[in-house]
Design a binder for this molecule. Structure first.
Ligand SMILES: [Zn+2]
Length: 128
């Protein structure tokens, strides 16, 4: 039996950027801070300790250790909105897991394709 599909799974992609600094004496470690594509860091969104580190990196010295600007890294992030079906009890159910998603209203379980799994929970059998 096919359930009503309230909304299909949606996948979207967006870019995230970080400005990257490395220690001169240890290029395998350093700092990175979220920024826009042009490398501008929004200081209001950083915790105070990160603001201090960012300022120190821009000045080229963190606690007596020289740092250098490497550049801006770009990462593509996938965002998935799960499909939502109408459960046999009438309530919407987000399919959060490919194997089994349970309706909090009635206890029925569905797989990621929206197919009902197994038998109805005992509380449903008693009601019907
Ligand atoms: Zn239900």
């Amino acid at each position: 039996m096919t359930r009503e599909l309230i909304s299909p799974e949606k996948r979207s992609y967006h870019k995230e950027y970080n400005i990257v600094f490395r220690f001169v004496e240890d290029p395998n470690s350093g700092y990175s801070f979220p920024c826009n594509a042009q490398g501008t860091v929004s200081l209001e969104t950083l915790p105070p300790s990160a603001v201090n580190n960012y300022i120190a990196c821009c000045l080229g010295d963190v606690n007596g250790h020289q740092v250098t600007l490497v550049g801006i890294s770009e990462e593509t992030i996938a965002v998935v909105e799960n499909a939502v079906i109408r459960c046999d009890c009438g309530q919407p159910l987000e399919l959060v897991d490919w194997y089994a998603s349970e309706c909090v209203h009635c206890g029925r379980e569905y797989n990621g394709g929206g197919q009902l799994l197994g038998r109805y929970p005992v509380k449903i059998l008693e009601q019907e």
